[in-house]
Design a protein around this ligand. Structure first.
Ligand code: PRP
Ligand code: MN
Ligand code: MG
Length: 179
């Protein structure tokens, strides 16, 4: 698996350090607010699990599965809800946890859904941000690392469902998806 990686961008230690910092920031910001923390499946599952362990205030969690990439390295632009939330968001302070923002289409769609359901507030947390990929204007409230314009995998991010279990983030060798 690692031999399909062209370059490691951030290793396990660097990621864990950043996740801890984000956890501290969120703990301060949401003190006394009992936020509903939403994990955007599948990509965000590892970040979500690591992040909530670093948040020291009471919170609730839920999961939503959406997909726009399918088997491709390019977004289809059509976001599908594959699994919806189990709890109502009306009047709640929502924290959306994402692994990466690229075109911004997934999150702008989700924010829209949550606002139409009358969430009290929606805060975006992403571990990785690829600002050069944006197709819609969208900025995370808290972000970990800015990534270059390359196809990356690991720490939850997949190519055709593989590589999510790498503990690091790296650039996938083009020959892996060009063949
Ligand atoms: C990936 C990633 C983000 C989204 C970011 O999910 O996990 O959710 O794309 O891209 P965008 O900003 O261009 O919308 P994907 O659709 O591949 O589903 P997955 O999380 O199940 O891998
Ligand atoms: Mn995703
Ligand atoms: Mg994906």
């Amino acid at each position: 698996m690692l031999n399909d990686i062209q370059e490691v961008l951030y290793d396990e230690n660097q990621i864990q350090q950043k996740v801890s910092e984000l956890g501290e920031t969120i703990s301060r910001e949401f003190e006394g607010r009992n936020p509903l923390v939403i994990c955007v499946l599948k990509g965000a599952f590892i970040f979500m699990a690591d992040l909530v362990k670093k948040i020291t205030i009471p919170l609730e969690i839920d999961f939503m599965a959406v997909s726009s990439y399918g088997q491709s390295t390019k977004t289809s632009g059509v976001v599908k809800i594959i699994k919806d939330l189990d709890v109502p968001v009306q009047g709640r302070d929502i924290i959306i946890v994402e692994d990466i923002i690229d075109s911004g289409l997934t999150l702008s769609y989700l924010i829209d859904v949550l606002e139409r359901r009358n969430a009290k507030s929606v805060t975006l947390v992403t571990l990785f941000d690829k600002p050069t990929g944006r197709k819609v204007e969208l900025e995370a409230d808290h972000k970990g690392f800015i990534l270059p314009d390359a196809f990356v995998v690991g720490y939850g991010l997949d190519y055709a469902e593989k590589y999510r279990n790498l503990p690091l983030i790296g650039i996938l060798k083009p020959e892996v998806y060009e063949k």
